[in-house]
Design a protein around this ligand. Structure first.
Ligand SMILES: [Zn+2]
Length: 404
């Protein structure tokens, strides 16, 4: 969309601002030592959520374009590819090979392209969630700042328990057995140590992919009864009781270390991921700052309601601008209207590869530009205030919330 002429300067202003991302999964340098083609990039992007991907065949590409070329994920992914690789035309079957060859050549001749291109495109800082190696920074600490994925500990009820991503909890964290209290102490020690090394800017929990997010108050007896049970025999209820106990300890630790706690709400498993499921937890831990990810999409109004009522709720539109651009516009309006601090609304691209992150940055600039332009046109804010808000939304709030 071309902005209306009278507001074009605001969009130009936004386009020149640096960008802070509160959430990413960028892949390690090692991944990019293998051939990187357009097919590889698509398979490493959120376009995969549509159910369409690439297997190298023309049929797969044809089906993908025929079905999802106007889907929000694809539209912004494509814009990122176009911007990073200087491609004028949208991707089609005819130019697929040429686009892919251009991408492959770029990666083959520039081993640092995947992370340097993010900086060159305007990213100043990205909070990184390497869920396969919690607390990692991909070896690029000047760009990536780790969030610590605490989910794995919620699977630590037994030495043979393996968390998602093939993560053997006890072995990876050097826990050799003992009581549940000792397991919790070990967890606290590991996180504290990383925190003191400057490697924990936030906690992150994405268990919305695996369970309901209505983390209940402690039932220590039930959690202790679950601790030590083999993954083969533990019941779902026992697994949940143990997970609740660990999650509550992490809420306390986040408050103690004064780091934001990023929680995936919305999508994931649709059943049980609506943000209101988290209300009791938010009320129970008033000193923990909960960053509610993904604006709770599709229930963005629930995050708005929680942000209205709870001072410790920080709404984040991470991923939302590319999941559903129109919902991100509505949600940002709502969060500005009801938030108890204009300094705590953040955004991130939530991507694995640079092309998609750059496209997502364009999406976020579009959303911010559209929302602020509408607010100026409606007489709610002045053009100067629009610029102030733009700086907050593009980078100042990220620096403030994550202190980096
Ligand atoms: Zn994510």
């Amino acid at each position: 969309m071309q902005p209306k002429q009278e507001f074009k300067p605001l969009c130009e202003y936004i386009a020149a601002l640096p960008v802070f991302s509160d959430h990413e999964h960028h892949l390690s340098d090692e991944f990019f030592t293998h051939p990187v083609t357009l097919d590889v990039l698509i398979n490493s992007s959120c376009v995969r959520w549509t159910g369409f991907g690439c297997d190298g065949s023309v049929e797969a590409r044809r089906a993908l374009l025929a079905n999802v070329r106007y889907n929000s994920y694809f539209v912004w992914f494509q814009k990122g590819v176009q911007q990073l690789h200087g491609i004028e035309e949208p991707i089609c079957l005819d130019n697929w090979g040429a686009v892919s060859a251009k991408i492959a050549h770029r990666y083959a001749t520039d081993p640092q392209f995947h992370w340097r291109s993010l900086k060159e495109a305007g990213y100043e800082r990205m909070i990184l969630d390497t869920y396969w190696d919690p607390g990692g920074d991909d070896g690029h600490p000047d760009l990536f700042v780790p969030t610590f994925r605490i989910d794995k500990f919620m699977y630590g009820f037994h030495g043979e328990s393996v968390a998602p991503d093939d993560f053997a909890v006890w072995a990876r964290y050097g826990f050799e057995g003992g009581s549940m209290d000792e397991f919790v102490e070990n967890m606290r020690g590991i996180i504290r140590e990383r925190f003191e090394q400057g490697k924990v800017a936030a906690f992150k929990c994405a268990e919305a992919y695996n369970r309901h997010i209505n983390f209940q108050p402690d039932d220590k007896d039930a959690a202790e009864a679950a601790f030590g049970l083999s993954p083969k025999t533990i019941s779902h209820e026992q697994f949940i009781a143990f997970g609740n106990y660990i999650f509550n300890r992490c809420c306390e630790l986040a408050a103690e270390l004064d780091v934001p706690f990023q929680v995936h709400t919305g999508l994931g498993q649709l059943a049980g991921s609506a943000p209101m499921n988290l209300e009791a937890t938010i009320a129970r831990h008033p000193k923990t700052r909960f960053v509610l990810f993904h604006a709770g999409f599709p229930w963005t109004h629930q995050v708005a309601g929680l942000a209205h009522n709870y001072r410790n709720v920080l709404p984040s539109l991470t991923w939302t601008a590319t999941t559903c651009t129109s919902a991100a516009v509505r949600a940002l309006h709502d969060f500005i209207d009801v938030g108890t601090s204009i300094n705590e609304i953040t955004w991130g691209s939530d991507c694995w590869v640079a092309e998609e992150s750059v496209g997502a940055m364009l999406a976020w600039r579009f959303v911010v530009g559209k929302v602020l332009t509408e607010r100026i046109a409606d007489g709610l804010i002045s053009p100067r205030q629009g610029e102030d808000l733009a700086r907050k939304l593009m980078y100042e709030n990220g620096r403030y919330v994550y202190r980096c």
